[in-house]
Structure formats: structure tokens, C-alpha cells
Design a protein around this ligand. Structure first.
Ligand SMILES: Cc1ncc(COP(=O)(O)O)c(C=O)c1O
Length: 404
């Protein structure tokens, strides 16, 4: 057979329609422009701008030199790491689990993929409050589920209520994805609302995938709350996703994990045994060193992110046509830029936030991720994982562009 019909079958339909990660794409485009000599300031990065602490790197070097670490590990992860994950979880969130409830994965993103693969049958619906992390709906769709967006706005602090969630629930709803602190909005759900949502989910036999990757990045009075801790009736249907990436500046080491009920973890481990055998042994040893150490590194990063969120929010709010809620957690600002849309800027009318992001990059060399990637057109996401000086310069360039 020749021609177009053959070409359409070269890649499976499910992958042909999969959107690439917009955050990674913008970051890559910014890095490429910078490499070609353009003075780009990038607010696209979803990773701390700090190196991994020395003690963790040293543990990895030691592991590299130890022949015992040159081999496969058990599929679910090194026993010592699984135990350390349990100790860290009960210390940080109060959620108690035993190591046989833990699966070590290739980053938290892989944990999300594994969890949804393990839970979803074709047509099962997944409630996803928007703005959402760009990966959730794509992965839900990829594994045969149906993502159902629950819209939240700045007026509620980007928090979904039980009423919002209940309005979206159907007979086919199986999972709620709950991300607090949230990427991209920085919203942090108060404990009372976490409990209410957990009780509602348990009463309706729903599963909740709790993505707690930004747990240590909360500011001011905000406190991260783990849903199965405040709604213990949910414990048998809660899956916790976490990892070392954001807390220890270890995005490149690719260690995350999934904690959940034994039957789900067993099924997910069987799946992992056929897909990837185990996660990098050396990286697991590095993660173990991170978890056995203290939280000094994240305290330093938190202080920097706190300072930068205040500066960035104030500077963004000073731009006519932009309004930004101060984030309570994570390291992003998510300003509403709809006031700029429809305006003639730098000689051409800008109509969407996607177009605005493109024009900011091509005109003033500032990389941002458009709200379209998070299910919230009319916004931009700006990461504060960038030096203080670049942050100020970058927002000044946006302000200049916004003047027209
Ligand atoms: C909400 C959320 N969950 C999970 C991840 C993935 O983390 P990891 O690097 O461990 O895969 C990210 C990364 O940006 C994230 O923002």
C-alpha cells in the first residue's frame, strides 16, 4: 500500500493525537534561542534553579563506585529507599504507610502515568480541576480515560469546591486528580476544604490521586495538607504521588514514587516489571541520601521563591491589563493577561495568550508558557525559578511590550 493512508497508520492513533508537553517545548525553544546568542530570559522552567546539594551528589558518586549498585534493583525500588519514603511521609504529612505500599518510579510524572494506567478502564472519567498541570489530561486520555475539567478561577483563589466537583461527577467518574500546592496557579487548599473534598470522594467511591510534589514550597500562613490524613475514610482509595525533584533540586535524577493500597501498588509493580524493570539504581541511592538528610536545601530555596513571588506579583500587577493573585505555594505566578488581548502591541494586534507568549519570545525575548497549556486561556505561567536580577529584567521587558 502506498500514499497517505499508510502514513496515517505509522504511529498509533493514541500517540498521533498526544500533545507534546508545552512547558518542556517552550523551555527547549528558549534554550535554543539563547544558544544562538539571543539574550533570552526564560520564565518557562519547571525546575529549581539550584544545584543538587553536595551530600546527595557524593552519595551518588559512592554508589557509582560500588559494584553492588551496578545491577537491577527490585522492581518496586530499593528496600531502604521504600522505607525512607515511608519515614519521610509520616514526618512531613502525617500519612503512615509501610514499604509494601510504595512503588519507586522514574519521577513523579511517571508515577502519575502508572497510577492512571493502573486505575482506568476505557471511558472512565477523571475529574481535573483547571488550571491544571498540562500532563494530567493528556495522560488520562492516553490510557483510555476521559478527562473532565472542573473550571476554577482567580475569584475563588483557583480552588475547586465540593459543589463544583459534584456538578461534574457522573456514573463514570472514577478518579479525582488533586494537586496542592498547584502547578500552575500556586494555590494551596486549606485543610478544611481538603477534608471536605476527601469526605465527598470517599462517600462517592472515588479514587483521589494526590500530587504532593510541591509539599514543601508553601509561603506565609499556607499549610500543605495530605487528603488521606484529614479524611482517613479515603485511605483505601487515595494514591499519593511525590518525589525528590522539587524539594532537593533533583529534577534530572528522575526519582518519584506512588504510595497507595496494596492491590493497586501490586498491580502497578507488575506493570512496571514489564515496562522498565526498575528505576536507576544510582539515582535511587541519591534519593535515599536526600531523604535521610535534613530539609536545609528546601528551606533555602523556599526563602528565595518567597522573595521572588512577592516581587513578581507586584511587578505584574503594576502592568495595565495584567492582574495576578499572589501564589501561596510552588514557584509560579499565573497572571490573567486577558486585559492585554485585543490590543495592538508592538505593531500587531494580539488576540490570544498563546499568541502573546509567542510575541513576547520573538519581540522582547522573554519565554513564558501560555495558559492554553493548562486549560486556562487568557493567562501566562511565569516560573520564579530564575535569578532575582533576571526576574526583574524579564518582567520589565513584558511591561515595556505591554505599553504597545
Ligand atoms: C504538579 C506536578 N506534578 C509532577 C511533576 C513531575 O515531577 P517529576 O520531575 O518528579 O517527574 C511536576 C513537574 O513539573 C509537576 O508540576
Amino acid at each position: 500500500m502506498a500514499g497517505a493512508s499508510t502514513a496515517t497508520h505509522r504511529v498509533a492513533a493514541a500517540l498521533a493525537s498526544l500533545e507534546p508537553s508545552a512547558t518542556l517545548a517552550v523551555d527547549a525553544a528558549a534554550k535554543q534561542l539563547r544558544a544562538s546568542g539571543v539574550p533570552v530570559i526564560s520564565f518557562a522552567a519547571g525546575e529549581p534553579d539550584f544545584p543538587t546539594p553536595d551530600s546527595i551528589v557524593e552519595a551518588a558518586i559512592e554508589a557509582c563506585r560500588d559494584p553492588a549498585m551496578h545491577h537491577y534493583t527490585p522492581t518496586a525500588g530499593l528496600p531502604a529507599l521504600r522505607a525512607a519514603i515511608c519515614a519521610k511521609t509520616v514526618r512531613d504529612s502525617g500519612f503512615a504507610a509501610t514499604p509494601d505500599h510504595v512503588l519507586v518510579t522514574n519521577g513523579a510524572k511517571h508515577a502519575v502515568f502508572t497510577a492512571l494506567t493502573t486505575l482506568l478502564d476505557p471511558g472512565d472519567e477523571v475529574l481535573i480541576p483547571s488550571p491544571y498541570w498540562t500532563t494530567y489530561p493528556e495522560v488520562a486520555r492516553l490510557v483510555g480515560g476521559r478527562p473532565v475539567t472542573v473550571v476554577t478561577t482567580a475569584s475563588s483563589g483557583f480552588l475547586a469546591s465540593v459543589r463544583d466537583l459534584e456538578a461534574a461527577r457522573t456514573e463514570r467518574t472514577k478518579v479525582l486528580i488533586f494537586n496542592s500546592p498547584c502547578n500552575p496557579t500556586g494555590s494551596v487548599y486549606p485543610a478544611s476544604l481538603v477534608r471536605e473534598i476527601g469526605e465527598w470522594a470517599a462517600a462517592n467511591d472515588l479514587w483521589v490521586l494526590c500530587d504532593e510534589i510541591y509539599e514543601h514550597l508553601v509561603f506565609g500562613d499556607a499549610v500543605q495538607t495530605s487528603m488521606p490524613v484529614v479524611a482517613p475514610e479515603l485511605a483505601d482509595r487515595a494514591l499519593i504521588v511525590n518525589g525528590v525533584a522539587k524539594t532537593y533540586a533533583m529534577t534530572g535524577w528522575r526519582i518519584g514514587w506512588l504510595i497507595g493500597p496494596r492491590d493497586v501498588i501490586d498491580a502497578a509493580t507488575t506493570f512496571q516489571s514489564q515496562v522498565t524493570s526498575n528505576i536507576s539504581n544510582v539515582s535511587q541511592r541519591a534519593a535515599l541520601a536526600a531523604l535521610e538528610g535534613d530539609l536545609t536545601a528546601v528551606a533555602e530555596m523556599r526563602a528565595a521563591f518567597d522573595r521572588r513571588r512577592t516581587t513578581m506579583t507586584a511587578m505584574l500587577n503594576a502592568i495595565d491589563g495584567v492582574s495576578c493573585v499572589i501564589p501561596d505555594g510552588a514557584f509560579y505566578c499565573f497572571p490573567d493577561v486577558s486585559g492585554l488581548l485585543g490590543r495592538e502591541l508592538s505593531g500587531r494586534k494580539v488576540t490570544t495568550s498563546a499568541e502573546l507568549a509567542e510575541r513576547l519570545l520573538s519581540t522582547v525575548h522573554v519565554a513564558t508558557v501560555p495558559g492554553e497549556a493548562f486549560g486556562a486561556p487568557g493567562h501566562l505561567r511565569l516560573s520564579s525559578a530564575i535569578s532575582d536580577a533576571d526576574l526583574v529584567e524579564g518582567v520589565q521587558r513584558i511591561a515595556q511590550f505591554a505599553l504597545g
